[in-house]
Design a protein. Structure first.
Length: 484
């Protein structure tokens, strides 16, 4: 039986109940605290399991009352063009009036979390993907039109804003770095559209790197039951803060099997801050180096107790990494004193640091441990502006641009990618009819290698009747031969 990752968005609205009635003293013990023992030798709280009947009867109700009003339902709808089966047929188009089919409305439902009382809401990108209209319904039944402030497909996060005269119920984003495996968490959302639902569980694992969910693999794993419709909902810690945004499950059947994944609150926070600054896209920091994972064999060769860290593969000349003295073959073990288990972990820790700051890397080089301080910078932008191809060619209606590291980030391309990329295609234009898409890299036209926009413009203006061109899409080369 096939196992796959399921992103959690479905369709329809809300209701919810929580258990109540435990003594005030026990409620206060639960609210925002763990069952604690005496302080350890280093001053940290020593955790213990509950041992009395009174402790076993504690309720999550006070915590749910405090946080659930900030969890909302997100309704996204889009109008999808429906093509007539006779559209494009030269015989029917010549002799008959081919009817235009009415657009079909496609909708999806997910969850979201109000993280600022001014109406800032976090949800998943896949909940609102392609939406023409996004509505938000609060737990008390009120509905609002929302404005999309920021959306990032690579992170699978989106930030919305709704307006209200009075402050809205909000929950704060916590410190996901403080989580430990075994900590209790609550998942709040709208599974299957049945209404607001709360489930409980523990943090099953940290720094998980499942592929196929986002480009940014660093997740909190939990066994709290989450299902389709929970996307964008809150993973709540016992201190009442949101420690993660529920995003996907690992499932055989489409339902919860106790393996769910949430985006850590620390990366959510920097995305929200970017939206509040007026940015429509979260810029990842650029250091100008590529990394690889450490295998068991490489770990043995480096004298490590276990495989860990991010191995430097290449360093871009005059990049922040180059200026800091990072070399190919170096092994990054820590960032700011926090361990780096794999390259995704390094990317995550750097991304949570503000642009313009400096990061201290602990690096292993030739059996010697050393500290390197590196500048966290934004990726360099290109010198060319978007150009729309005109004239009589298969590329007419395509907007293209020379690839820069910053544009590569936006288009979800490798940061060291070179060439000319299609950034937009006008609906119904020749480029659309031949199947060009945003993200396609044009490699060759009629035998001419395409290195920049100027070369593409010249090749597209040749007036040829037969066209042979090669594009790169998702790492695969695709060649087309057409008569135009």
């Amino acid at each position: 039986m096939r196992i796959g990752f399921l992103l959690l968005a479905v369709a329809t609205p809300a209701t919810g109940h929580a258990q109540d009635g435990i003594a005030d003293a026990l409620g206060e013990l639960l609210r925002g605290s763990r069952v604690e023992g005496p302080a350890g030798a280093n001053g940290e709280t020593v955790r213990r399991v509950p041992f009395s009947q009174a402790e076993m009867q504690l309720s999550f109700a006070p915590l749910i009352r405090e946080t659930a009003p900030a969890v909302v339902n997100v309704y996204a709808s889009s109008h999808v063009e429906v093509r007539s089966p006779f559209a494009g047929d030269p015989f029917f188009e010549r002799f008959f009036d081919v009817p235009r089919m009415p657009p079909r409305v496609q909708s999806s439902l997910g969850s979201g979390v109000i993280v600022d009382e001014d109406g800032i809401i976090v949800t998943n990108y896949h909940v609102i993907r392609g939406a023409d209209e996004v509505k938000v319904a609060l737990a008390d039944g009120r509905e609002f039109e929302s404005e999309v402030l920021l959306k990032d497909e690579g992170l699978d996060l989106a930030v919305l804003r709704i307006s209200n005269d009075a402050p809205l119920p909000a929950v704060r984003l916590g410190d996901s770095e403080a989580l430990e495996v075994g900590d209790l968490v609550l998942a709040i959302g709208n599974p299957f559209g049945v209404g607001q639902t709360t489930t409980s569980g523990i943090v099953s694992a940290l720094a998980r790197t499942p592929s196929g969910i986002t480009d940014f693999g660093f997740f909190i794993q939990t066994d709290a039951a989450i299902n389709p419709g929970n996307s964008g909902g809150a993973l709540v810690g016992m201190d009442g803060s949101v420690v993660g945004i529920n995003t996907a499950i690992f499932s055989r059947s489409g339902g919860s099997n106790g393996i769910g994944f949430a985006i850590p609150a620390n990366i959510v926070r920097v995305v929200v801050e970017a939206a509040q600054r007026g940015e429509d896209f979260f810029e990842r920091p650029y250091i100008g180096a590529s990394f690889d994972a450490v295998t068991a064999r490489i770990g043995d060769a480096l004298g490590l107790d276990r495989p860990m860290g991010a191995l430097v593969v290449d360093v871009v000349e005059n990049s922040p990494a180059d200026r800091a003295g990072l070399r190919s073959g170096d092994l990054v073990l820590e960032v700011g004193g926090k361990p780096v288990e794999h390259p995704e972990g390094l990317e995550y820790r750097l991304a949570t640091m503000p642009l313009g700051s400096r990061a201290k890397l602990s690096v292993l080089r030739e059996d010697r441990r050393m500290e390197i301080e590196i500048s966290i910078e934004r990726a360099p932008g290109g010198t060319t502006k978007p150009t729309t191809i005109k004239g009589n060619s298969p590329f007419a209606g395509a907007t293209v641009q020379d690839i820069s590291p910053r544009l590569a980030q936006r288009m979800r391309l490798p940061v060291d990618q070179k060439g000319v990329v299609v950034t937009q295609v006008q609906r119904g234009a020749p480029a659309s009819r031949v199947g060009l898409r945003a993200g396609d890299i044009v490699r060759e036209i009629n035998g001419t290698k395409i290195s920049d926009v100027t070369t593409l413009q010249v090749a597209a203006s040749s007036g040829a009747r037969w066209w042979q061109f090669t594009i790169e899409r998702d790492g695969r080369m695709m060649r087309q031969v057409i008569r135009y």
